[in-house]
Each structure stands twice: as C-alpha cells, then as structure tokens.
Design a protein around this ligand. Structure first.
Ligand SMILES: [Zn+2]
Length: 386
C-alpha cells in the first residue's frame, strides 16, 4: 500500500467499522475514539502541530483488536469551518501530515510523511538485544509533478553511544546521475547523559556546521533520550549539576501539563504523552530548578532541595541577583494550585506568576539560540533536523 493511500485507507477502515457491527469477524480494527469539533486553543500550548489559525479540531482514533498497543489517530484542524490540516499519527511510527490550502480553485494539498522504523539487532554471541537501529524517514510529495523527496535519519544505539547519519536523496524523477546524495554522520558517546561527538563524516556537498553546540541533539531520533539529554545540557549550563536533579518521563502526569519541576523531590518530571517542543520544555523546567536553588540560597523555602542549594552554592552575594531571588520567593508563595483539568493558558494567576514569566523568557531565549545555531545545518537539508 502506498503511504498516500493512508487517508483513503482510514476512511475505508471507518466504513469497515460500521460493517464490523454486522459481522464482527470481518474486521480487526475498531473505532476507539471519535470527537465532535473541539476548541483548538487549549491544545496549542502542548501540541506543536496545531496551526496558529486553527479554531477547532476533531479526533478519530482506530485500534486493532489483536494488538492492544496499536493506535492510529487522525486529527483534523479547521479554520472557520474549512479543513486546513490533517495529521495521521500511527503508533507504529508512520505519520502523515497534510496541509490544505484554498487556492481559490479548490483545495491544494501537500503531503509530508514520516515513518519511524525500529528494530533490534540481535547479538548472536550473547543472544542479547544489544543494538537498536532506528530509522526516521521523512518525505515530501509535490502535488504539482508527483516527485518525492526523501530524507533518512538513522540512529544505531549501543549501551552508551549513538552512531547517527542523515541522508538526503535527490528528488525522484530527476534523471540526473550527477545529483548526489547528501550525507552527514556523527559518532557520539554519552558522557554524563550528554551526547559528545567523537567522529564525523560528510560528503563533499555538505559543509560541516561547526558552530552549533546543539548539533548532537538534533541527530537523536528518540524523544525520550533527546529530552533527557537536553535537560542535562541545560542543567550543566545553569551550573546546577551539584544538586543531582532527577529526570524522569512518566505517564502519570496530568494531561494539561507537559512537565514540571518539583522542589519537594528535587526532580524534573515529563509527561510521556505530550509531544511538544523539547528545547523549550527542558529549558523551562531547568529554569524552575534554578529559581528554587536561588530561593534556597536566600534561606527561603524549607525543602531538602532548597537546603541543599544553600549548602552547595552558598549565599548569594550580588545585590541584583539576590533581589531577583526574593522575587522568586514571593512568587513561589503566591503560586496557584492547579486543577488537573483546567486550561492553564486561561489561568492568569499561573501565567503571570513571576516564576512562570521568567521560565518562559528562558525557554524563548534557549529556543531562539537553538534555531539560529541550526541554520547552518538546516539550510543544507530539505527537512529540518529538529
Ligand atoms: Zn513552568
């Protein structure tokens, strides 16, 4: 089946679902979820794929009877009643994004697709699964001439290292053997959870982006590994490493929260089910960890984290820095209790709390830097290495 038939296939599945009520044995798929049109606003904060102009969206999810973990989720975004984007996410890692544009002569559509293929390579000697090979295939199909662009990112993960390679293939259909593939590869080791480049490889048509400190992170496919290592990076950058902050990814975090820093447990916890901007998310939570260290250093706060902070980092001597820490302390006392079902973007007490205002400033600074450092690399490849 061509990937482009996915949508038709899904409609087909939905039809099959109706059939399945008549003859349950005929279909392995079932309709797991179907929503009415919902407001897109609350989703914008936690989901990057929501277009800014979307006002409503619907979700249809399909499951498989013989595979409880399988789920295909189709999210359709609307603006003033017109479909503008549809994302098809598959728990197998096959995703399609279609963007619709009203050209005045009917809807113009372009398709981006993404497939994640994971397999474990068995080590014959120890018969253990030693190496993980993950491939991320991104593609684009031009509506005009049907030509396809493919970009491949592979990660070969061993105990404490990743070999990664990005390969961009010329547009299929261009019958020109002088158009070469573009390749850039990194061999990295994890040192204290942070990827460090050991060796590099690039074809002659690629210029190595040497001034990008985030380069190793861009080559990591696994969101969990990437999020944890980015967090470690920001912890080091903020000189917070003495505090031994625990980092975890959990499926027990409330739906309206992508992550949080807990001063009581000295931990950063991320929501496993929320897919958002990893750089913004991690730098935001590390900023909170920094804020509570500063609170501890002016002898406010009585959590172990705050006490440790004072012990390990001593009192603050600069006047400005100490005034800033007092502002954090005041804000922490006013920090609102958050209801697990509320839309945080509509809670001014939360949004305007000084700790949140400053954490948002930090995340924006970090992301701006991440993007501007990535220009050298990303101007050379068709798809961004995010
Ligand atoms: Zn926050």
């Amino acid at each position: 089946m061509s990937i482009y038939t996915s949508l038709r296939h899904n409609i087909h599945l939905a039809k099959q679902n109706i059939l399945h009520r008549i003859n349950p044995k005929r279909c392995n798929y079932f309709l797991a979820e179907k929503t009415e049109k919902l407001s897109a606003e609350p989703l914008k904060r936690v989901n990057l794929q929501v277009p800014a102009e979307a006002d409503t969206y619907t979700v249809v999810a399909v499951g498989k009877k013989d595979d409880k973990l399988y789920k295909k989720k189709i999210t359709t975004f609307y603006s003033e009643g017109n479909i503008i984007k549809r994302t098809i996410e598959d728990s197998d890692g096959n995703n399609v994004i279609r963007e619709y544009e009203d050209s005045g002569l009917g809807l113009k559509k372009s398709s981006f697709f993404e497939r994640k293929i994971t397999h474990k390579v068995q080590d014959k000697v120890t018969s253990l699964f030693k190496t993980n090979l993950i491939k991320l295939i991104k593609g684009y199909r031009s509506e005009k001439d049907g030509k396809i662009k493919i970009q491949l990112l592979t990660n070969q993960i061993d105990d404490n290292s990743i070999n990664s390679m990005v390969t961009e293939y010329p547009f299929s259909g261009i019958n020109n053997k002088f158009v070469k593939r573009k390749m850039l590869g990194l061999k990295m080791d994890f040192i204290d959870g942070i990827p460090v480049i050991r060796e590099t490889f690039e074809t002659t048509n690629v210029k190595f982006p040497s001034d990008d400190k985030y380069l190793p992170f861009r080559f990591i496919i696994d969101d969990g590994i990437k999020l944890k290592s980015l967090t470690k990076h920001f912890i080091n950058e903020k000189n917070l490493d003495k505090l031994n902050i625990k980092i975890s990814i959990s499926d027990k975090v409330e739906d309206n929260t992508a992550g949080y820093f807990s001063e009581n447990s000295g931990a950063i916890v991320y929501n496993k089910n929320v897919h958002t901007n990893l750089v913004k998310l991690s730098s935001h939570e590390v900023e909170h960890a920094h804020q509570y260290r500063q609170i501890g250093r002016i002898c406010k706060g009585n959590s172990k984290y705050c006490l440790d902070s004072r012990k390990l980092y001593g009192p603050i001597d600069g006047l400005n820095e100490s005034m800033e820490a007092h502002k954090y302390a005041v804000a922490s006392e006013k920090y609102p209790n958050i209801d697990k079902s509320e839309d945080l973007s509509k809670n001014p007490e939360y949004k305007n709390n000084y700790l949140e205002v400053k954490a948002r400033e930090a995340e924006n600074r970090a992301f701006e830097e991440y993007q501007s450092m990535g220009k050298d690399l990303n101007s050379q490849f068709f798809f961004w290495l995010e």
